[in-house]
Write a protein that binds this ligand. Structure first.
Ligand SMILES: Nc1nc2c(ncn2[C@@H]2O[C@H](COP(=O)(O)OP(=O)(O)OP(=O)(O)O)[C@@H](O)[C@H]2O)c(=O)[nH]1
Ligand SMILES: [Mg+2]
Length: 327
């Protein structure tokens, strides 16, 4: 029965005007409303997928995996948004188009930081080569990051050369960003605390490039030295750069430092890049789902596995494997 029904449905779909194809054509022509609409569809996909999502995703496929993805993270107030602004100006001068995803650390309701970021990104407001989307950090399902990662698809399909993703480096969310970004820039600034914040939150480990922003401040060199020695202790070869986002000083050198990493990443076929993104999303969603079920006491299999672990019958790895695989 189903074997007969399938071709019929397929034929019907084929003859219907394809909304996704039409939307993608408008996005590729640079129509901002179309890009915004696709970004919203992608953002909602994890929670309330619209009936048009499948058609949109199909139509976007051929264009995915081409943009350079640059993740910019760091403690609150380090100057990430200002740095994004400075990068936008630099990239536009180079003739590159830029999509920005700003992950709003506040609640979607108050929206304070969204406005703040919009105001600071004024350089982008009148420029068709720039598109900025703020994404709430706390969606209905908890993690923002899946939403932000999905919005990447819309900006990528729209054809932006570079996608900058700003996240506050405090939670799990930037780990997802780290997995999908081609280059991870971790921004620090003097005067944010006694210690370098990034070292506490584990951001040093994910950095491809470390930046000390607010280079115009007298204490910037001390922070730079501190960060360099922290990197040296880990015998990391991560470049440590100083810049002043407020004036644009050091932005050119920062962009040039991203080039080798971005180029290496782009050697990977677009097809593989977009699949990797999808796999990251599924793995994160599954991990969150499992953690939620464990907290709610819904995972009965845990109890015998815990006994086996405590009594030395199973290793932790083996217990985890059995939990995942249900054996
Ligand atoms: N002196 C100086 N101040 C800067 C520089 N860059 C940013 N600032 C200031 O630092 C403050 C925070 O800048 P933002 O760009 O909003 O920092 P952010 O990291 O995006 O902050 P959140 O998004 O809230 O985490 C603002 O008052 C900026 O004007 C700089 O290069 N020099
Ligand atoms: Mg910001």
């Amino acid at each position: 029965m189903t074997a007969e029904a399938d071709p019929l449905t397929a034929a019907k779909e084929d003859s219907a005007p394809d909304a996704g194809t039409a939307l993608v054509a408008r996005m590729r022509a640079g129509e901002r409303r179309a890009i915004a609409e696709a970004a919203t569809e992608c953002e909602r996909a994890g929670i309330r997928p619209s009936p048009g999502l499948a058609s949109l995703m199909r139509a976007m496929q051929p264009y995915l995996g081409r943009a350079r993805l640059i993740g910019i993270t760091g403690p609150p107030g380090a100057g990430k948004s200002t740095l994004v602004n400075a990068l936008i100006a630099h990239l536009r001068a180079l003739g590159l188009t830029v999509g920005v995803i700003a992950v709003d650390p506040s609640s979607p309701i108050s929206g304070g930081a969204i406005l703040g970021d919009r105001v600071r990104m004024t350089a982008a407001l009148d420029d068709d080569g720039v598109f900025v989307r703020s994404v709430a950090s706390r969606g209905a399902l908890g993690g923002l990051s899946p939403a932000a990662v999905r919005v990447v698809d819309a900006l990528d399909a729209a054809g932006f050369n570079v996608i900058l993703i700003e996240t506050v480096g405090t939670g799990q969310s930037e780990i997802d960003i780290a997995e999908v970004a081609d280059v991870r820039i971790v921004v620090n600034a003097p005067g944010l605390g006694d210690d370098i914040q990034a070292m506490k939150s584990g951001l040093l480990e994910i950095a491809d490039i470390l930046v000390v922003n607010k280079g115009d401040r007298p204490d910037a060199d001390a922070t730079l030295a501190q960060l360099k020695s922290a990197a040296a202790i880990r015998s990391s070869r991560v470049p440590v750069l100083k810049c002043t986002a407020a004036t644009g000083d050091g932005i050119k050198a920062l962009w040039e430092a991203t080039a080798p990493l971005a180029e290496a990443a782009l050697l990977v076929a677009p097809e593989i890049r977009r699949r990797r993104r999808a796999r990251t999303l599924i793995a994160r969603a599954a991990a969150e789902m499992l953690a939620r079920r464990v907290r709610a006491g819904e995972v009965d299999r845990l109890r015998p596995l815990a006994d086996d672990l405590l009594e030395g019958r199973l290793s932790l790895d083996e217990a985890a494997r059995r939990l995942l695989e249900g054996t």
